[in-house]
Ligand binder design. Structure first.
Ligand code: GDP
Length: 440
């Protein structure tokens, strides 16, 4: 996420390295680079200019009052300003109505239908809601089908009237259906066009007026940079929406949309989409995003993701197995699957402070997991539960079966061995001693 911007800002802060104090001259040089980095990331020109002006005022002002190094001080000020620019506080979605009505708006291809599904899934699993999805696209039958596919995936009912060509009527009928059947959230997915046009705007404005949603969300593809900001403005002028959803932040986005959109429409970014799967949705936290932009990682999100996957029952079972020396390859596979559920490796590495920068030239993908899985899947159940029986002959068979080299099988066996030893140690006295050493 935003690798290029992170890199350029880091270089800008380097200018201050070795300087004992922030001066008019070195701050000007640094901020010139900061501004260039923002413009390269497709941040709106005026926003970038105002941003650096504010940073400069603060930097000169705070200069004498702090014991921080100039470079550190600058990073701190830029971080605070970035957080502010992206909205300051986190904003939730308004679920006050019964049912709460959420209207989705945005251009075709922005990720509206995908996000409608993600949001329904999020509200169902994280907030114990009973959502109803509504297909209101009266032009593209494929769009209605797409929502049905999504609904099936997440186990959420989808309301549609394929023969009806009146979007307002469909939305109203859907709300009646929701009330009669105990749904407490209604998410209305509307038709999009490839570009902003009058007919589309009128239609969604009519739906908006008729159903009076508690929450109108504008969905935008973050890859479209400045265009994203212009589209947001056009939609906001008509709908006065409540919040923004930035999709496709997992891609090669430059970051401009995330940084500019709030100050142009004065509406908060509420969620981000980070992948095509139904669980690739995150609440947007301006401060965490600022940390990530500055290459400072996002440990809080990383821990939260780990916690979301943590299953106490499973953990207890695993502990018992380790204690009894019964940890096998099936458990190993299980652990890998847990990690995979937390997100793509690239995404996870980006959340570790400093790791993104240190590994920026390393190609990170999830293939390594695939190979390990293939090798384990080529083992017999007996081999998996009792790895000590795996001799050279068995290794050869496993390598052949999985299409990997024997060296890779050896390497995996070694890693497995080390991991088992380490886990055993953490359970026994060594773990306790380690805790003592750390003052625990
Ligand atoms: P709509 O026309 O606005 O309803 O857009 P869709 O929901 O059909 O999404 C358009 C394309 O973008 C689809 O291929 C989605 O799989 C993809 N997509 C949506 N959200 C994301 C995201 O957060 N990340 C990535 N990588 N792809 C996404």
């Amino acid at each position: 996420m935003f690798d290029n911007l992170t890199d350029k800002l880091d270089k800008a802060f380097h200018i201050l390295k070795g300087h004992g104090k922030i001066t008019d001259v070195n701050v000007a040089d640094t901020l010139k680079e900061v501004r260039r980095a923002l413009l390269d990331a497709d941040v709106n020109f005026k926003i970038a200019k105002d941003f650096t002006t504010r940073v400069k005022e603060k930097a000169i002002g705070e200069n004498v009052l702090t014991t921080l190094q100039p470079g550190q001080l600058m990073v701190k000020i830029v971080k605070d300003e970035l957080t502010e620019l992206m909205g300051g506080e986190v904003s939730g979605v308004n679920l006050s109505g019964n049912p709460s009505i959420i209207l989705m708006s945005g251009l075709q291809g922005s990720g509206k239908t995908t996000f409608s599904g993600k949001l329904a899934n999020f509200l169902k699993t994280k907030k114990s809601k009973k959502p109803l999805l509504v297909a209101c696209d009266i032009y593209r039958p494929a769009a209605i089908n797409q929502l049905h596919v999504v609904g099936e995936q997440i186990g959420v009912e989808v309301y549609s009237e394929p023969e009806n060509k009146n979007a307002v009527e469909i939305a109203q009928n859907a709300i009646k259906h929701a009330k009669a059947n105990g749904f407490n959230v209604v998410i209305v997915d509307t038709a999009g066009r490839l570009a902003v046009d009058e007919e589309m705007m009128n239609e969604i404005a009519n739906v908006h007026a008729a159903i009076q949603p508690q929450e109108t969300l504008f969905v935008v593809d973050s890859m479209t940079g400045q265009d994203a900001v212009n589209t947001a403005k056009a939609f906001n002028d008509r709908l006065n929406f409540d919040g923004v959803v930035l999709t496709k932040l997992d891609g090669d986005t430059r970051g401009g949309a995330a940084i500019s959109i709030k100050s142009v429409v004065n509406k908060p970014i509420k969620f981000i989409g980070t992948g095509e799967k139904m669980d690739a949705i995150d609440v947007f936290y301006p401060d965490r995003m600022a940390d990530r932009i500055l290459g400072m990682g996002d440990v809080v999100s990383l821990v939260e993701r780990a916690q979301a996957q943590y299953d106490e029952e499973e953990a207890r079972k695993l502990q018992k197995k380790i204690a009894k020396n019964e940890f096998g390859f099936d458990d190993f596979l299980n652990q890998i699957q847990q990690i995979k559920k937390m997100g793509s490796m690239k995404d996870l590495v980006g959340m570790i402070p400093g790791a993104g920068k240190a590994l920026k030239d390393v190609e990170i993908n999830d293939d390594a997991f695939k190979h390990v899985e293939a090798i384990i899947q080529s083992m017999t159940p007996k081999e998996r539960s009792k790895p000590s029986i795996i001799d050279v002959k068995r290794k050869q068979r496993i390598a052949k079966g999985s299409g990997r080299k024997i060296e890779e099988v050896n390497q995996l066996m070694k890693q497995f061995d080390q991991m088992s030893k380490m886990m055993k140690m953490m359970q026994g006295g060594a773990g306790k001693n380690l805790m003592k050493m750390m003052g625990g």
